[in-house]
Design a protein around this ligand. Structure first.
Ligand code: ADP
Length: 423
């Protein structure tokens, strides 16, 4: 029945009761008393129904009380609302359970913390990887339980754009990659992935490359030394051998610079970058590089501009090698009469160390892969210019070690700008 017709029926009933009582009371000569009695009766009945509602609502799982008319309708409606709310709650709960189950079964450690860093929930993997105990640790601050200084810094700095790598564990040491994401009202989700095996393999690869390069260096030095001596006395040689010997000498020089770069790369990779930072005077660094280049490339015009006297924390040798590599590339891949600009300046909270040339430029398709080892845009051109293919890999590594990134802008036929951007 519709709400309006239920109301009409209720009204009709009330009017009928009042009329009947009033008429009887009229006949008995007490109309006012009759009215008072009927009003009190109706009031008592409504109070009784209100009491029934209250009683019923205080018992969550019971059926609604039997009632006629408008009260029956009200009971029904409240009952349906309660049923719907219960169903919605069950559905929400099953979604939450489902999500929890899926997080719980993850091999990555997962911890939910609130805006104050207090643990709300964690899975089994987090117990193993981060040394937590759930549910005992619920309500504890994560920073009191994961006592790794780098994790504290990372968590409190609240810049989670990059992952954090930490070493954790007293008995079994593990390498973990930690990521944090925010959700809800300042709550955070912490993921910890065990990368011990990946790190071990990576260290093995790096050590292997480092050792091989080191071992190859001595025989190569002997070979090129002999070649040099022989070529120094070329007049005593059969002319047929001069060209091949010259080529051998060129190739061994190339191999030497390749081994030098490989050794340097594996050295940069293996150094722990936490303790090595000194304050660097960029002006001194750039002037030194320009001096060196004006000796090795006397005819090239280099514009040096130092627009900021700000110093940064870093490793002088590494920065020197990164900027030298960028400058040598700029010189290599541009015409002899074009200019190369080297600039240090500040942009907002960032510092830019940029090298700009007016050279051949690089097509956009190559940019994402440019810093891979041995990646070359044009193999024949790069080999001809004597490159090792490791220059930009070195630059990228130095950037990462200095918490900077390498920005490359290039337009084919117009030129390129490589910038080391320090935060
Ligand atoms: P390479 O020793 O071959 O120069 P790099 O790692 O230094 O190796 O550079 C990778 C490739 O990127 C180069 O082979 C070249 O094709 C391209 N490249 C680097 N710098 C420049 C530049 N300034 N202008 C044009 N191309 C460049």
């Amino acid at each position: 029945m519709r709400a309006s017709s239920i109301w009409l029926a209720e009204l009709r009933r009330v009017v009928l009761i009042v009329l009947v009582f009033f008429s009887v009371a009229w006949v008995l000569g007490q109309p006012l008393l009759g009215l008072l009695l009927v009003a009190s009766g109706l009031l008592l009945r409504w109070l009784y129904q209100l009491w029934r509602i209250q009683e019923w609502l205080s018992q969550p799982e019971t059926e609604p009380p039997e009632a006629q008319g408008i009260w029956g309708d009200i009971f029904d409606r409240i009952y349906h609302l309660r049923r719907k709310e219960k169903e919605a709650r069950q559905q929400l709960q099953s979604t939450v359970d489902y999500l929890r189950d899926s997080f719980a079964s993850m091999r990555d450690g997962t911890v939910m913390v609130d805006s104050k860093g207090v643990i709300q929930w964690s899975n089994e993997a987090a117990d193993v990887l981060l040394g937590l105990r759930y549910p005992e640790d619920r309500g504890q601050a994560i920073l009191n339980l994961v006592r790794v200084p780098e994790f504290h810094q990372y968590f409190l700095a609240a810049d989670y754009s990059q992952s954090l790598q930490i070493v954790i564990g007293a008995e079994i040491e593990r390498n973990l990659q930690v990521d944090v994401t925010r959700f809800g009202d300042g709550d955070r989700l912490i993921f910890a992935r065990d990368i011990t095996e990946v790190t071990r393999m990576e260290n093995m690869r790096r050590d292997f490359v480092g050792n091989v390069s080191h071992e190859l260096r001595t025989p190569l030095t002997v070979i090129s030394g002999y070649l040099e001596t022989i070529l120094d006395n070329s007049e005593a040689l059969d002319t047929r051998y001069i060209k091949p010997l010259q080529q051998m000498s060129q190739q061994s020089a190339r191999m030497e610079s390749l081994l030098k770069d490989l050794l340097w790369l594996s050295r940069i990779e293996s150094v722990s970058h936490v303790e090595q930072h000194e304050l660097i005077d960029i002006r001194v660094l750039l002037e030194e590089i320009c001096d060196e280049l004006s000796n090795s490339h006397p005819n090239r015009a280099i514009d040096l501009r130092v627009d900021s006297e700000d110093r940064i924390r870093g490793n002088y040798r590494e920065l020197h090698s990164a900027v030298s590599n960028l400058m040598i590339n700029a010189i290599k891949y541009s015409a002899d009469d074009s200019r190369v600009a080297l600039r240090w300046h500040r942009e907002g909270s960032e510092h830019h160390l940029s090298v700009q040339d007016q050279g051949e430029g690089i097509a956009a398709v190559h940019l994402p892969r440019l810093t891979e080892r041995f990646y070359r845009v044009d193999d024949s051109r790069s080999s001809a210019t004597g490159g090792t293919g490791l220059g930009l890999a070195i630059v990228k590594h130095v950037a990462v070690a200095h918490n900077a990134h390498l920005l490359i802008d290039s337009v084919p036929g117009v030129g390129s700008r490589f910038s080391l951007v320090f935060k």
